[in-house]
Design a protein. Structure first.
Length: 140
């Protein structure tokens, strides 16, 4: 298996809480940034998605905090799509310090919403495969 898609982020001081830790909500921002970066790297833009009448939706997210992050830490945020047979897919993500220490693990359940019908498309994998210039980034 190839290495998962990854983006590097530096923790900024204004993202920390009163204890100096990365604020818990920012982990979600980092994960979302990695997901949109993967879409962009695969050749899928927000404009293109909307033009095709679909949009990604998040249905559930679980975060397991492992180690604290503080201002100045550099982290790599990975993103791996895991496909099933239904209307949803999983996205597995790891936020890892530059030294390799795992700071958090995230698992999300998502899908693609038909923007006209306001229902989930039956085969999101098919849409991603057709839209992507590089479907291999999605494991397709």
């Amino acid at each position: 298996m190839s290495e998962p898609f990854s983006v590097r982020v530096t923790v900024r001081g204004y993202e920390t809480d009163a204890q100096g830790h990365l604020n818990q909500s920012v982990y979600l921002n980092y994960a979302e940034h990695a997901r949109w970066s993967l879409l962009q790297a695969a050749g899928i833009t927000q404009t293109r998605l909307v033009g095709q009448g679909v949009g990604p939706v998040s249905l559930e997210t679980t975060i397991r905090y492992k180690r604290e992050l503080v201002a100045g830490d550099e982290v790599d945020v990975t993103c791996v799509f895991v496909w099933g047979d239904g209307k949803t897919f999983r996205i597995e993500q790891t936020i890892r310090k530059a030294d390799g220490t795992v700071a958090a693990e995230l698992t999300a359940v998502g899908g693609l919403l038909d923007l006209k019908e306001r229902r989930m498309v039956p085969d999101p994998r098919k849409h991603f495969k057709e839209l992507a210039a590089d479907p291999g980034l999605f494991g397709l």
